[in-house]
Design a protein around this ligand. Structure first.
Ligand code: SF4
Length: 377
């Protein structure tokens, strides 16, 4: 598979007329100011000089703001700078992110004419109550309308969701997931809400009127959402905020389920549960305490082992097994787990992700039967 490259261009939220409860336009965003024409050209040229692939796999991504909410002249200026690179094939496409209430037919025609191929919508929730309590300034109806317009225009649709917003809960997050799936997005991002310094949410938190999700609850909800999207073949391109310099600066995060490798923790939980299901099946059938080996794609080894070997420690202790190892099994695709017994190197059982999701739909939250996971706190 050909490698895909993003040239990220950060458009700060400067001058945004909204006040979403969780957003501090300065803390979370870069404070370098709006990129000038020269900045943009330098960024593009610097990236192109290091990327060794054909232009079709290179995408220029305007991140960080509501692109279609900034002044139209500035949008035109940025897009026209990229145009020659698209024309000569050095760049294949443009991606932007924006708010659902800043999409209509005319805006989509404008973006299409400049080669925009992907729009990520900052949806955050499909619940009107949550959107209102979070100060987003649009409704679920606006989200549905914008998403359908984007799909009909032929532009790829990305949906960004947040969990743990004021008024939100696990059931509403699962409902947002269900609604997002009905829109058949091309990709999804999921962000747990963090209390960032100097935001209205910080004030609510200080007044004990807002309680952020614990890391373990955020992982559990994200895991359920992730599996729902996987079941419907919708790619989750990121879980958890990118731990950029601004976010990591001292005092930027006041509270909330932050972890620099949040998405990795969610996927580790999935591999733990998938491995659990296989070992349980083996134990039920053979009542043996032989040493076991979990077989996975080489890129899934660390997710199967878990942070500080926690998955293996848990599985060993739960199943009273002397030893459990993890090995690469070249014939496997990603997200597949196999189980070999004793000195065997071929799997006795194999469970791919789709089978796992289907089996667990009869018994969701398999691991919650065994309590919480203090090591995730
Ligand atoms: S998150 Fe809300 S307040 Fe922050 S920049 Fe985006 S629209 Fe504006």
């Amino acid at each position: 598979m050909k490698q895909h490259y993003n040239i990220p261009v950060f458009i700060p939220h400067l001058g945004c007329p909204f006040q979403c409860i969780f957003c501090n336009q300065n803390k979370i965003a870069s404070n370098q100011g709006i990129p000038t024409r020269a900045d943009l050209i330098t960024t593009i040229d610097e990236h192109l000089s290091t990327i060794r692939t054909s232009g079709d796999n290179i995408e220029l991504a305007f991140f960080g703001g509501s692109f279609t909410a900034i002044d139209r002249k500035l949008q035109e200026e940025y897009l026209s700078i990229v145009k020659p690179y698209l024309k000569n094939g050095q760049i294949g496409s443009i991606r932007i992110s924006t708010r659902p209430d800043y999409i209509d037919g005319e805006i989509l025609d404008f973006l299409t004419s400049y080669g925009v191929k992907t729009i990520e919508l900052g949806v955050q929730s499909f619940s009107d109550e949550v959107l209102k309590a979070s100060g987003r300034g649009y409704s679920c109806g606006d989200v549905l309308k914008a998403s359908r317009l984007i799909k009909n225009s032929g532009i790829k649709l990305g949906i960004q969701l947040m969990i743990g917003l004021p008024g939100d809960n696990h059931a509403l997050d699962m409902e947002s997931t269900r609604q997002a799936i009905t829109l058949v997005p091309d990709m999804v991002r999921i962000y747990p809400t963090l209390v960032i310094a100097e935001t209205p949410l910080e004030i609510l938190f200080e007044q004990n009127k807002y309680l952020p999700l614990s890391l373990s609850n955020a992982i559990t909800t994200c895991k359920e959402m992730f599996l729902q999207f996987q079941q419907h073949d919708i790619t989750v391109i990121r879980m958890g905020l990118h731990p950029g310099e601004e976010l990591l600066s001292p005092g930027a995060i006041i509270a909330g389920p932050f972890h620099p490798a949040f998405g990795e923790l969610v996927e580790q939980e999935v591999f733990k549960e998938q491995s659990y299901m296989l070992i349980r099946k083996y134990k039920e059938k053979f009542k043996s305490d032989s040493d076991l080996t979990l077989l996975v794609h080489e890129k899934d080894i660390s997710k199967t082992i878990g942070h500080q070997k926690n998955n293996l420690l848990y599985l060993k202790s739960h199943f009273q097994t002397r030893d459990i190892k993890v090995k690469a099994y070249p014939a496997y695709e990603r997200d597949t787990v196999g189980l070999a017994v004793g000195i065997e190197s071929e799997p006795l059982f194999t469970l791919n992700r789709k089978e796992f999701i289907n089996f667990r739909s009869g018994e969701p939250d398999l691991l919650s039967l065994d309590g919480n996971w203090p090591f995730l706190m």
